[in-house]
Write a protein that binds this ligand. Structure first.
Ligand code: GLU
Length: 491
């Protein structure tokens, strides 16, 4: 019998507490790939029961980021805050079956306990010393509830039992229940369940077969398993797979927003879009953070990832974040775009900057520059000079390339260019011959010419630039440069 006999149903369950992190995108992607591979269903659940951590706009950000990446849920998203009634029902059931109890301890009382007892844990060893429905008389508990005393409902964990989590990535993880605390499942203050209860109830009601999530939730898995048992749902309990952490590029510790700021790379999904990444490149890069296909394949489309993805090949140790690799992936995808698509993207950027350019010229520039770029935006930096004549000349290059005879030589070159067809490969030969005949240095003249046309010392092959700019523009740029840089002699 196949392991996935039951139709696969997985979910991505982010809390709307901020922008979607690249690690969150990986969790979503792996769930999506797994669902698609098994002909299953991929769901999105917004876990927004912690009202204190809710961030306005975070939910929209998650939707937009997933949409951009092409990770599309198969059903409308489920929002936990709209399901308060449902959780209440299960809280009642747990209380009735003595799998949970009501606790009245205030935050101050708990704090005092923690101060007084090092490593204090609300559990089987301490609960009988606290203010809860197990220590109070039934009428007192009732009276406190009726008079509006805030309370929580805590799970009642039996100590000294072994819970075994069979994790698809980590194998067997055994935990002694004595190490677990009686976690709060529900709070009367806002009538909301906590993450643990809502998560388990929803996974059950949504028919989730596999819980694929970050390693930070592994310590909660035994508690979740106990809840499945307490609610008599063990027969349909999902299988767990906890993904290893994304680590700092140096490998020491969890990747954080600050690492991005410190090292200059984006950590949130839509910042990748902002930087000019193609979503396919981000998907490909993210897929390989902690998983590999078992061979040396790197560039893989979503379809190929769906076919190849395998949870058992996910690494148990953390995945180092390699930003250079992200750029590399973008370059691979960019190179595979058609010239026309790149030209359109570049035209849009130019338009935004108020630069009017002919599509034909943009196409020719793209063809020439494509190999040199990692991002469409790089075209502005690398090829902007094709559309805007230099407004200034790079100081360092001027110092190095502008010599006493340069203006004379450039003026002469301008007239040579005027008399030849600059669009043929012969132009280069003719110009070089002329320079040699005059006894000038080819390097000197060419470098000065580049400075005049580009404004600095970079750019593609000089005669490609001249051919693209055309004779008129080339000559004009030479003249402007001479006017700007030649120092009038006093004689
Ligand atoms: N809301 C949790 C999170 O933000 C979900 C964890 C899970 O998938 O169970 O990551």
């Amino acid at each position: 019998m196949s392991e996935y006999q039951k139709k696969v149903r997985v979910r991505f369950a982010p809390s709307p507490t901020g922008m979607l992190h690249i690690g969150g995108a990986r969790t979503a992607l792996y769930n999506y790939l797994f669902a698609r591979q098994h002909g299953g269903t991929f769901l999105l659940r917004i876990e927004d029961t912690d009202t204190g951590r809710f961030v306005e706009g975070a939910e929209e950000y998650i939707f937009e980021a997933l949409d951009w990446l092409g990770i599309k849920p198969d059903e409308p998203p489920v929002r936990q805050s709209a399901r308060k009634r449902i959780y209440e029902e299960y809280v009642r059931l747990l209380l009735d079956n003595e799998k949970a109890y009501i606790a009245f301890d205030t935050a101050e009382e708990l704090e005092a306990k923690r101060k007084e007892t090092p490593n204090f844990q609300y559990d089987a060893s301490t609960r009988m010393m606290m203010r809860n429905s197990l220590t109070l008389k039934q009428e007192d508990t009732q009276r406190l509830i009726e008079t509006g005393h805030p309370y929580t409902v805590r799970i009642r964990i039996k100590p000294e039992r072994i819970v075994t989590v069979n994790d698809l990535i980590r194998g067997e993880v055994k935990v002694n229940t004595s190490t677990l605390d009686d976690k709060v499942l529900w709070k009367s203050s806002d009538g909301m369940p906590t993450y643990h209860l809502a998560n388990v109830v929803d996974d059950h009601l949504m028919g989730i077969t596999h819980v694929i999530r970050g390693e930070e939730w592994l310590p909660s898995a035994p508690l979740h398993m106990l809840l499945y048992h307490y609610l008599k749902w063990e027969a349909t309990m999902p299988t767990f797979a906890h993904l290893s952490l994304l680590l700092k590029p140096e490998g020491n510790g969890k990747l954080s927003k600050r690492d991005g700021e410190r090292l200059g790379f984006p950590v949130f999904v839509l910042d990748y879009r902002e930087r000019g990444y193609l979503p396919q490149a981000v998907v490909n890069f993210v897929a390989l953070l902690g998983w590999n296909p078992g061979d040396d394949r790197e560039v893989m489309s979503m379809e190929e990832l769906i076919r190849t993805f395998d949870l058992s090949r996910c690494s148990r140790s953390g995945a180092k974040f390699d930003y250079e690799k992200a750029k590399w992936f973008n370059r691979q995808y960019l190179q595979s775009l058609s010239d026309a698509a790149l030209a359109d993207a570049f035209l849009t950027i130019l338009k935004k900057k108020g630069v009017m350019a002919e599509r034909d010229k943009v196409m020719r520039v793209v063809r020439l520059m494509k190999e040199r770029i990692h991002f469409v935006n790089d075209l502005c930096e690398e090829a902007g000079f094709f559309f805007c004549a230099p407004m200034a000349y790079d100081e360092k290059t001027v110092k190095k390339r502008w010599k006493s005879g340069t203006s004379v030589q450039l003026r002469e070159i301008a007239s040579v260019l005027q008399n030849i067809d600059v669009t043929t490969p012969l132009a280069e030969e003719k110009v070089k011959e002329w320079i040699a005949d005059k006894g000038y240095s080819i390097g000197d003249v060419m470098n000065a010419l580049r400075l005049a046309l580009v404004g600095e010392g970079k750019g593609p092959h000089l005669f490609e630039i001249i051919a693209l700019l055309g004779k008129e523009e080339t000559v004009q740029r030479i003249e402007s440069c001479i006017a700007c840089l030649s120092i009038p002699t006093s004689s």
